[in-house]
Design a protein around this ligand. Sequence first.
Ligand SMILES: [Zn+2]
Length: 221
Amino acid sequence: MSIALRSFADNLLSLLFPERCVSCHRFGQLFCQDCQARLRPYPAERRAFTALDDVGVVFIFEDVLRDAIYSFKYRRVRRMAKPLGQFMAVYLQAYPLPADALIPVPLHPQRRAERGFNQSEELARWLHEASNLPLNTTSLARIRNTEHQARLDTQARQENVKGSFVWQPSSPPPDRVLLVDDVLTTGATLEACAGALRLAGAREVRAIALARSLPSILRIT
Ligand SMILES: [Zn+2]
């Protein structure tokens, strides 16, 4: 097909199907079925965390999911929360994590204003919709606008987020909290959230994350 003809076809398609897949860029859907079929579940494993009773990770952070999360977080395609949050809900049905309430990892108000929304909160909304677990988005707050974690190593990440979160109400948090996060890296942020919740009186704190990179030992090269 000539370039002119192709761009004509593209224009026509974009009129009929304005959505384009965030990964393969084909017209039709925001996140197409072929790309969704390429998502790989994160291998079940026991993970050692201090302040967390259990952590569930839905997918391996790679390929199409990296594209999907990139458009969601950095290109601010808020509608991506629906397919991604629904995957988390399906995971939670298959691997239940006992909880009385869902609490998304909060963003600092300044970061939230820059992005326009909190990606973990958007995911938690779909999880709430599917699970009927109460959703609390206002009580756990991020009081320090920390450096971007991506630039730091494990120890620096722990130092960076220490004391960043606080449970604001005078009443204690629910007994069993399920934290909701988008991408889990070292777990330092989740641990810091769990620490603040336990300090305020939560008995059990678990977490669910949409994605995590495989440890290099498991990576197939
Ligand atoms: Zn696609």
